[in-house]
Design a protein around this ligand. Structure first.
Ligand code: F6P
Length: 341
């Protein structure tokens, strides 16, 4: 078979691991693997090339994606063009590593193109899987940053607000914040009470030199809304959130007279080499994808459920974002540790 592999949407550490694992496994089993360049653009422009074992050698260690990606996942009004581009590539099927935007863009072709999906986002907010690759690496970046920042916060007796990614889901803030025992964790799923937050900070000022707050870019106070920093026209989710750490920092400094600073971790969270957990996840998912292809088991995705990599209908990945439930066990953990959440 001649199988295309495409990466769509924002990059996530582990994408290269998927390419290496799917590619190596298929080539070892005598199939041809074609890398589609720059996501959907490669289908529209028939920009693709056959990958060799030499291309794949050692890829897994690098963040980013060897074949490029694009946020432009729109196919509406261009369905015929997309199908024409796909058929000109003469593929027997397509492996897509993407997020909700990418899979929604593929919805019209689910009966026409043999598809296999791999859920991808650092945000960990995709349905159909317990975890997405890239998430563990993003949390490690957050935890490392908070641990490091605690030293300067303590040295100068300061609060530091650390803004992290995650859009409407607070998984990165919660995972990274817990792993670093952040004093405060603010997530979009739990709009915070400003009076309560102020009370907590004032109390902490009496007890410790520094204070760390991990705040999700989409977090907001009760009665408020997440602040849109700017919009990206070609993106399936146009809004980009941001600015909350800076605003909270100056507000807290004025209200508590505790000197404060803010740090935005931004795209650093997507740029580190994948952790061992993410490597193992992508390695196992990649091999599962290759098995599905060889068994002609199309229309499914390789996902992680109940401790193992398994298969689920690809339509599961097209459902709305998976947010943190109010009674999630990690919220309880944070409360038990005395973290403001
Ligand atoms: O969805 C992944 C993500 O990294 C979000 O956490 C973040 O808000 C967004 O992408 C940033 O997108 P861009 O790379 O277009 O700035």
């Amino acid at each position: 078979m001649r199988i295309g592999i495409l990466t769509g949407g924002g990059d996530a550490p582990g994408l290269n691991g998927i390419i290496e694992a799917v590619g190596k496994s298929l080539i070892t089993n005598q199939h041809e693997v074609v890398g589609i360049i720059d996501g959907f653009e490669g289908i529209f422009n028939q920009n693709a090339r056959t990958l060799t074992l030499k291309d794949l050698y050692g890829l897994h260690n690098n963040a980013g994606t060897f074949i490029g990606t694009s946020n432009n996942c729109g196919t509406r009004g261009r369905e015929k063009e997309f199908l024409k581009g796909y058929s000109q590539l003469k593929l027997d099927g397509l492996v897509v590593a993407g997020g909700d935007g990418t899979f929604s863009g593929l919805t019209p072709f689910k009966n026409e193109i043999p598809l296999i999906g791999v859920p991808k986002t650092i945000d960990n907010d995709l349905n159909g899987t317990d975890i997405t690759f890239g998430y563990d690496t993003a949390c490690s970046v957050v935890a490392e940053a908070v641990d490091a920042l605690r030293s300067t916060a303590d040295a100068h007796k300061r609060i530091i607000f650390v803004e992290v990614m995650g859009r409407t889901a607070g998984w990165i803030a919660l995972g990274g914040g817990l792993a670093s025992y952040s004093d405060i964790i603010l997530v979009p799923e739990r709009p915070f009470d400003k009076t309560e937050l102020l009370k907590f900070i004032k109390e902490k000022k009496k007890q410790q030199r520094g204070l760390l707050c991990v705040v999700s870019e989409g977090a907001f106070a009760k009665g408020g809304a997440p602040e849109v920093a700017f919009t990206v026209e070609n993106s399936p989710q146009k809004e980009r959130y941001g600015g909350i750490a800076e605003r909270l920092s100056s507000w807290a400094m004025t209200e508590t007279r505790w000197e404060s600073r803010h740090v935005v971790l931004g795209h650093l969270q997507r740029s580190k080499a994948p952790t061992t957990t993410d490597r193992f996840l992508t390695l196992a998912m990649g091999v599962e994808v290759s098995r599905m292809i060889q068994e002609n088991d199309w229309g499914k995705a390789a996902v992680y459920k109940n401790g193992i990599v398994t298969r689920t209908p690809i339509t599961e990945l097209m459902k709305p974002a998976k947010l943190i439930a109010q009674d999630h066990r990690w919220i309880e953990l944070a409360k038990q540790l005395g973290i403001f959440i």
